[in-house]
Design a protein around this ligand. Structure first.
Ligand code: FAD
Length: 386
């Protein structure tokens, strides 16, 4: 193992992108070691963090298909035919995403999807080490320092051929790369945050509102959305400005949130029986966009997913885009034995696409919260698409 060329590729992070990347590489017989700072969710359960469910689109599904996971994922996915718009004082109306059910998106559980991907990565031959947090990297010696929670927090060194950073928006690998060669990191925080709530199943165990839709309650400067879960519940996300009326500063607790819902989302309020408790218990999530000028450090390290291009969630494309990164990186690695050439080709292919989706995600927030109930705007958009 002293010759770096004979060492494995090491992936930092076994979240959605890291586990898929490991699967794709291992299926081609590439030696892969994955280091994940969290404990194994198959043993310890999934940690509550960002969005409980996610919209999976064809871009992401294509990647899962290549990893052999389409059938398993689709068995637990809930079809969303379009957006069900709950305009103030009007009957909810479905705006289809496409012509028919061949053009739809899917709601999937983040935790369940992550577990399927971890199983697939291990079945393909990747080795996943949990409770290992990347701390430091010596890129010249190709050695990384990892903190091991299971060994009283002691640090250990591991060797690698190259590091693949799938460690999310707060990427430790990106930080280490940036210390060696500035990557041109630029973060634009959004001045809106989010809070997750829940519509549980009805008394009969079924969905309380139309299951096959992404529900939106647009209110101009802010909005609520709800995505279905296979268990007949919905995960509700309230997006509000961080400061304002209403804003997370002026809606500081569950009682204030209940008053806001009674005033602004009266049809949603009776559907969310634990609104006060959940509002008090759940943190306000932070949102923003991450831009980088460079995604790789020669042939020694490369970034993908949120570590390279975190975006606001309003197009539901962060994970989908991360999955496309994995497919592209795997393809370039298969085509070119020289890591630097493969990393450069991957970055050149994916950076413009990621930038375009980041911009569309920012634009779509205005559309979702302010325009989906504007008949004139929708008519104009439909005409311009003809
Ligand atoms: P992550 O999922 O963040 O995974 C990173 C992994 O790295 C984690 O497991 C973490 O524990 C690990 N890690 C971090 N630091 C270290 C370290 N130092 N050492 C070792 N391991 C480490 N996308 C969609 O496509 N559709 C949606 O509908 C959608 N909805 C969203 C809703 C919300 C509210 C938010 C916030 C995001 C949403 N996204 C959505 C975006 C999506 O969640 C991300 O794009 C996706 O999770 C990125 O995957 P990733 O693997 O790159 O990063």
């Amino acid at each position: 193992m002293n010759d770096p060329a004979s060492r494995p590729l090491a992936i930092v992070g076994a979240g959605l992108a890291g586990a898929l990347m490991a699967t794709l590489l291992a299926r081609r017989g590439v030696a892969v070691e994955v280091y994940e700072r969290r404990p194994d969710p198959r043993i310890h359960g999934t940690e509550r963090g960002r969005s409980i469910n996610l919209a999976l689109a064809e871009r992401g599904l294509h990647a899962l298909r290549l990893a052999g996971l389409e059938d398993e994922v689709m068995r637990r996915a809930v079809m969303m035919r379009g957006r069900m718009v709950h305009a103030e004082g009007a009957t909810p109306a479905l705006q289809r995403y496409g012509r028919d059910d061949s053009e739809v998106i899917w709601s999937v559980s983040r935790g369940a999807l992550n577990i399927m991907l971890l199983d697939a990565a291990e079945a393909a031959g990747a080795r996943i080490h949990f409770d290992r947090r990347l701390c430091e990297v010596d890129f010249d010696a190709r050695r990384a320092v990892l903190q091991d929670k299971r060994d009283a927090g002691r640090t250990h060194e591991v060797g690698f051929r190259a590091l693949i950073g799938a460690d999310g928006v707060g990427s430790a690998l990106r930080f280490e790369m940036d210390r060696v060669t500035p990557l041109g990191v630029h973060i634009e925080p959004l001045d809106h945050g989010y809070k997750e709530l829940e519509i549980p199943p009805g008394d009969d165990g079924g969905f309380r509102i139309e299951p096959h839709a992404l529900h939106i309650w647009p209110r101009g400067g802010y909005m609520c959305i709800a995505l279905p879960n296979a268990e007949a519940s919905f995960t509700v996300t309230l997006f509000l400005p961080n400061f304002g009326t209403p804003g997370f500063d002026t809606v500081p607790d569950g009682a204030a949130a209940e008053a806001l819902f009674a005033r602004e989302f009266p049809d949603a309020l009776p559907l969310i029986p634990r609104l006060v408790e959940d509002y008090d218990a759940h943190p306000v999530g932070i949102l923003g966009t991450l831009y980088l000028d460079r995604w790789h450090l020669g042939g020694r390290a490369v970034l993908l997913g949120d570590a390279a291009h975190a975006m606001v969630p309003f197009h539901g494309q962060g994970m989908n885009c991360a999955f496309e990164d994995c497919v592209a990186l795997d393809r370039h690695l298969a085509q070119d034995a020289d890591l630097e050439t493969a990393f450069a080709a991957y970055a050149a292919e994916r950076r413009p696409d990621a930038a375009a989706i980041q911009a569309m995600a920012l634009e779509n927030y205005v559309e979702m919260r302010d325009r989906v109930d504007d008949a004139d705007y929708l008519l104009q958009r439909a005409l311009s698409a003809v």
